[in-house]
Design a protein around this ligand. Structure first.
Ligand SMILES: C[S@@+](CC[C@H](N)C(=O)[O-])C[C@H]1O[C@@H](n2cnc3c(N)ncnc32)[C@H](O)[C@@H]1O
Length: 266
């Protein structure tokens, strides 16, 4: 550990795709950053990079010079073919490789440079930046600030004009990969998950609940908060086929798709 300098690192939630999501706190933090470290995921779309650039252009005063430093992301391997243990180990190895790459770059910057990480949505949901920055802080002295952002599921709820849960009931947030197992396990144990928000579901796993739970209500959205936003809602059994077709078509048309949905049990 190099004890001499304390590096300032801002982890900034930028919202789910619209510059309008950037909070006043995030705008202030953006204007303090000298170097944004950006993971180069290879497949990242120009549009997603353009959103980040547009946010910086809009909120960072013209007189403040800043740069983007792209850091090649280590390869992660085929998640889908791994069991949960191998998957978890693979993610840990990947975080470690990412951390080392960032530390090398930060150590090469001027000591007073403020480093920024732009995080899509809110850094607290399905994003590894805080964990990576914690790990960076174990290698170099760092003063870290996390600025919250508007998450995709908050944008989804607002776009549909709904409260995600019934009065006083819980909301369970999970991934497509875990949805059916968690739903089934809770039901078998006689527990109520409440409403379920599902992120990271490229396969729309909710389709597997259609036969057993056809009356479940779904609120679905793709590119929420962005100009190409698409929303659908209704009884799962009635709308799932349309959502599956629409998702596939959007992916073809735009070359990428990000969607999120909420399920409310009948
Ligand atoms: C890696 S997670 C990041 C979540 C992010 N930290 C947040 O708070 O929204 C990516 C997932 O978030 C959801 N997502 C993010 N932005 C979205 C958007 N504009 N429209 C729909 N879903 C979005 C999708 O489920 C996507 O698979």
């Amino acid at each position: 550990m190099s004890a001499a300098v304390t590096r300032r690192i801002h982890v900034i939630g930028i919202g789910a795709g619209s510059p309008e999501h950037v909070t006043a706190e995030a705008a202030t933090a953006l204007a303090e950053v000298d170097v944004f470290l950006v993971a180069d995921k290879g497949g990242a779309t120009d549009e997603l990079v353009a959103v980040r650039r547009a946010i910086c252009d809009r909120f960072i005063p013209a007189g403040h010079a800043y740069e983007f430093v792209t850091v090649p992301d280590p390869t992660r391997g085929p998640d889908a073919e791994r069991d949960p243990q191998t998957y978890a180990q693979g993610v840990r190895d990947w975080h470690a490789a990412r951390t080392d790459a960032y530390v090398r770059i930060i150590e090469g910057l001027p000591a007073d440079a403020v480093v920024g990480f732009l995080v899509w949505g809110d850094p607290a949901f399905y994003d590894s930046t805080i964990r990576v920055v914690d790990a960076i802080g174990r290698q170099i002295e760092a003063a870290v600030r996390v600025i919250p952002g508007i998450s995709a599921f908050q944008t989804l709820a607002a776009a549909h004009g709904v409260v995600l849960h019934r009065v006083g009931e819980p909301v369970h947030i999970t991934t497509g990969r875990r949805l059916v197992e968690e739903w089934t396990r809770a039901e078998t144990a006689g527990l109520a998950l409440g409403s379920v928000v599902v992120m990271l579901d490229g396969h729309l796993h909710c389709r597997e609940l259609t036969t057993t739970h056809p009356d479940t209500l779904i609120h679905w959205g793709a590119y929420v908060g962005m100009p190409q936003q698409e929303l659908r809602s209704g009884r799962l059994a009635d709308v799932i086929d349309e959502i599956i077709d629409l998702r596939a078509r959007l992916r073809r048309e735009h070359g990428w798709v990000m969607d999120v949905y909420a399920l409310t049990p009948s």
